[in-house]
Design a protein. Structure first.
Length: 155
C-alpha cells in the first residue's frame, strides 16, 4: 500500500479542503477549512494530508508548543479520516504512521492530544495505542491524553 504524509501546498490544498467527516463526528473536530485557517494564523501548527495511492483520505495537524513547566510538548492536534474511507483500518494505520513520523521528526518521548470525553470511538483508538489521560484539560475543556513513545511496540 502506497501511503504518504504530505505537506499541504497550493497544489493539494483543495483536495484536503474537500475531506469530510460524518455528521455525528462534527462536534468532535474542526473542519479542515477551520484547521487550515488556524494554521495560517499560528505558524506553529503544521497541517498535513494523509494519502493512500495518491488519493487524499485524511488530515492531521501537529505542532510543538511550550508548556507552563517550560518544556516543549509535541501535539497531534487534529486527526481525521474522510468518512468515505472510515472503517477500513486506515485510522489505526495512519495513527501509527503519525506517531512514528512525529517521534522521528522531534526525537520526542511524549506525544500529546486532546479529546472530548464523549468521543468514545477516538478514546478507544487512542487507548489501544497506549495514550492515557493525564488529568489535564486543554483550553477548550477537552481531556488531554499522552503517549510515552520510548518503546516501539507493534499494534
Amino acid at each position: 500500500m502506497l501511503t504518504e504524509i504530505r505537506d499541504i501546498t497550493a497544489l493539494n490544498k483543495q483536495e484536503v479542503l474537500s475531506l469530510r467527516i460524518a455528521d455525528h463526528q462534527k462536534s468532535f473536530i474542526e473542519s479542515t477549512v477551520q484547521c487550515l485557517a488556524e494554521a495560517e494564523i499560528d505558524r506553529r501548527f503544521i497541517p498535513v494530508g494523509l494519502y493512500k495511492e495518491n488519493v487524499a483520505i485524511g488530515f492531521a495537524m501537529y505542532g510543538v508548543f511550550p508548556h507552563e513547566d517550560n518544556s516543549q510538548r509535541v501535539w497531534l492536534d487534529r486527526y481525521l479520516i474522510d468518512e468515505r474511507f472510515q472503517h477500513k483500518g486506515l485510522g489505526k494505520y495512519f495513527l501509527q504512521r503519525l506517531i512514528d513520523y512525529l517521534t522521528i521528526k522531534y526525537s520526542c518521548q511524549n506525544i500529546y492530544l486532546s479529546v472530548y470525553d464523549n468521543n468514545e470511538v477516538a478514546i478507544h483508538l487512542y487507548r489501544n495505542f497506549g495514550f492515557a489521560f493525564n488529568g489535564e484539560l486543554d483550553e477548550k475543556g477537552e481531556k488531554v491524553m499522552v503517549l510515552e513513545v520510548h518503546s516501539h511496540d507493534n499494534h
